[in-house]
Write a protein of this length. Structure first.
Length: 307
């Protein structure tokens, strides 16, 4: 895996021989309705804009990584419905390989209904899924050849723990990262396998922590990760290398917050992109904070101008 150093450096060019990135998680069809402001309960409002996009944490991160020049592939499950075809088509259009995706006969692909407030840029999500998640048996058939990085969503912990163990065994030089977004049952069994842990504010607060520092202290005591990072929204991010000091990175706030949907996924992609380019950990997190802040100031996930 890339050495995670502490010294300061500027953003480096992407090495020509860097391997690919595999993302393991969920892809979703998002129906986004923009409203002037959030409606109250039992209130009817008119949407001022609407769009259908492909969503899902890991696939959003892969979208940014592909824009930044990385070779990306996604593995997960989809139904055999029209939404699945739409999701596949959009991922292929974005340059993400979907050849190893597992199709569930008769399955309904995940769907999210999202209200996006024009007044604040914040979003409220209602998510529907009734589809089996990728299991370790299916992941055992996935090729790890030519990869530099495998990124997992922190979900389906018992199966995901076996997948992480397989990468550690079969491809020991591949970096493994894990997103900790929700405090799911048994999630703790995943702490010790990855090289990089990427946690969010909601995860910390669900575990009773009100600052990133205490979560980093917990993770440092319960994992062998080389790097733990906690994104903290408007307060920036914090990071800790193994046995190193906790470091803080201030947020980069756009002049106007337009759309926060996917900002955490962009942040995770920024950390991975920086480390794959050989940046020290602190600079990789600074890079991630910068592009996540820029994303909040624009609609959607087109950040090619920042690559």
């Amino acid at each position: 895996m890339p050495a995670i150093s502490e010294s300061s450096a500027s953003r480096a060019a992407l090495p020509a021989d860097v391997g690919g990135v595999l993302g393991v998680g969920v892809a979703v069809l998002d129906l986004i309705q923009e409203v002037t402001s959030y409606p109250g309960e039992d209130e009817e409002v008119r949407a001022i804009a609407q769009r259908r996009v492909r969503g899902g944490n890991v696939t959003n991160s892969l979208t940014i990584l592909a824009q930044f020049g990385h070779s990306c592939s996604w593995i997960g499950t989809l139904g055999d419905d029209a939404a699945a075809a739409e999701i596949r088509m959009e991922l292929v259009r974005q340059g993400i390989d979907v050849s190893q995706v597992v199709q569930i006969a008769g399955g309904t692909s995940p769907l999210s209904s999202i209200l996006l407030s024009r007044a604040t840029g914040s979003r409220t999500i209602v998510h529907y899924r009734d589809l089996p998640e990728l299991d370790a048996a299916a992941f055992a058939e996935v090729s790890l050849e030519g990869l530099a990085w495998v990124h997992f969503e922190g979900r389906n912990p018992v199966e995901t723990e076996q997948m992480i163990r397989r990468v550690r065994s079969v491809a020991p030089d591949v970096t493994i990262s894990l997103e900790l977004e929700k405090n799911r049952p048994d999630i703790d069994i995943l702490f010790d396998g990855p090289h990089v842990l990427l946690a969010g504010q909601a995860f910390a607060r669900a575990r009773g922590w009100q600052t990133p520092t205490v979560l980093l202290e917990e993770l440092a005591g319960r994992s062998r990760a080389d790097l733990c990072v906690v994104a903290w929204g408007e307060q920036g991010a914090a990071l800790q290398r193994r046995e190193g000091p906790i470091q803080q990175v201030p947020a980069v706030v756009p002049p106007r917050v337009v759309d926060t949907l996917g900002a955490g996924d962009v942040f995770n992609a920024g950390v991975m992109d920086g480390l794959l380019r050989g940046l020290p950990a602190l600079d990789a997190v600074r890079h991630a904070v910068r592009i996540a802040g820029a994303k909040c100031g624009r609609m959607g996930l087109d950040l090619r101008d920042l690559a």
